[in-house]
Design a protein around this ligand. Structure first.
Ligand SMILES: Nc1ncnc2c1ncn2[C@@H]1O[C@H](COP(=O)(O)OP(=O)(O)OP(=O)(O)O)[C@@H](O)[C@H]1O
Ligand SMILES: [Mg+2]
Length: 378
């Protein structure tokens, strides 16, 4: 082949940026399509397409330059992916897989049909009221947007009919279609990254994730769970990917319930925040395997190189430019891997970067990283 392969990524945020880094390291070119110029991933390539998928001319140009197309979020209507496929390009994961994931109600129905354990759920429409849902799910449940939910935006915990009526208005404002889900009392939240090509399927370690205000904050690898639960988590995650005929990289979010059962919360057809630790902690990172799987190449090993790793997200502490305030202070920690995403603007609570540390024991790493997190202001 005379020209390097070009990987097209739909989206230019931090997930695309970290995948693009790996593609470039492997000698490939990258094309990025994102609404704004100079996005975290767009900064890395000359093949920066500014605009969005609804601009057919732009999408065609972007697709033609790309040998293979992948994505960094599940919010692109599968119809646009079908269009790319119709002009002869391969999208990984496919439009069919995305169509089974991007609507969370369809996702839940697909998983349930494949006998994958999920919390009880019901469809919600104009006529639905609190009583009709609570009769099926109990007094406390979660009302969720079927599409476009992220970092907890699109979810509302409901305890009574007043909560319900308020949330119906607020959530419908974001996206019209809703569904409701049983409230799960969980002991822990777990996650597994799964990567699949036509020839192989590999899983990363089962990790524990800790969310603050519904946003992923801390990831502990591996999670402290029994061998039985570990195996069960892996089994469920693999079945989930198969149930959506998934090829490429997937993040599977799980609940470990108070009764020691594993339930699948949701799946993401892309790199996932719970897999950022793999950049330093595993032989092959989730981002490298994202690229390898998009190209249907041999996958790299998903094994950890140290017994433990912890990752903490650096959430915006102020509103202003997305650069760290005191460089010297942020680089003080010689065993800590620092990632800053290059977002133009920081906002309180926005994901601006992350830190990872490896070691022998996750408890001591976690205590140390919590102190480091306080010192890095962005
Ligand atoms: N049915 C439930 N019962 C209890 N808690 C829940 C339930 N669904 C979600 N949560 C809590 O809210 C968090 C975010 O929910 P979910 O994963 O559905 O939303 P999301 O907006 O897609 O999130 P993200 O982008 O962070 O993955 C979960 O990680 C969990 O802590
Ligand atoms: Mg989630």
């Amino acid at each position: 082949m005379s020209k390097p392969i070009c990987i097209g990524i739909l989206g230019g945020g931090q997930l695309a940026r970290m995948s693009a880094f790996e593609a470039i390291r492997l000698g490939f070119n990258v094309a990025i399509l994102e609404k704004i110029k100079n996005s975290p991933a767009g900064q890395l390539t000359k093949e920066e397409f500014v605009g969005w998928v609804d601009n057919k001319k732009l999408l065609k140009k972007f697709s033609e330059i790309s040998d293979i197309i992948t994505l960094e979020n599940e919010f692109i209507d599968h119809k646009y992916l079908e269009y790319i496929e119709s002009i002869g390009k391969t999208v990984i994961p496919s439009s069919q897989t995305i169509s089974l994931i991007q609507d969370k109600l369809i996702q839940k129905q697909t998983l349930a049909a494949a006998k994958i354990p999920v919390a009880k759920f019901v469809k919600v429409d104009e006529q639905t009221d609190y009583n009709s849902v609570s009769r099926q799910l109990g007094k406390k449940f979660v009302l969720k947007s079927r599409k476009m939910g992220y970092d907890g935006y699109g979810n509302s915990t409901i305890n009574n009919s007043k909560d319900f009526d308020r949330a119906m208005i607020y959530l419908k404002d974001r996206h019209s279609d809703l569904y409701a889900e049983e409230f799960v009392s969980f002991r822990k939240e777990l996650a597994v990254m799964v990567v699949r090509t036509k020839k192989e399927i590999k899983t990363y370690p089962v990790v524990e994730t800790i969310q603050k205000n519904h946003i992923c904050h801390t990831v502990i690898a591996p999670g402290d769970i029994s061998e039985r639960l570990r195996r069960n988590s892996i089994e469920i995650s693999i079945e989930a990917v198969k149930s959506v005929k998934g090829f490429g990289l997937f993040g599977i979010e799980l609940f470990l319930t108070e009764n020691n059962k594993i339930l699948l919360n949701e799946m993401a057809p892309r790199p996932h925040n719970s897999g950022h630790y793999t950049i330093e902690a595993c032989i092959t990172s989730q981002f490298e395997n994202h690229i390898r799987s998009a190209l249907n190449m041999k996958l790299g090993s998903t094994e950890m190189i140290k017994p433990a790793a912890v990752m903490i997200n650096l959430l915006g502490k102020k509103n202003g430019p997305g650069v760290v305030s005191d460089l010297n202070r942020s680089f003080l920690f010689e065993d800590v891997h620092l990632h800053i995403y290059g977002k133009r603007q920081s906002r309180k609570g926005r994901k601006m970067g992350h830190i990872t540390m490896l070691g022998e024991n996750s408890k001591s790493i976690l205590n140390y990283l919590k102190k480091v997190e306080k010192k890095i202001i962005i």
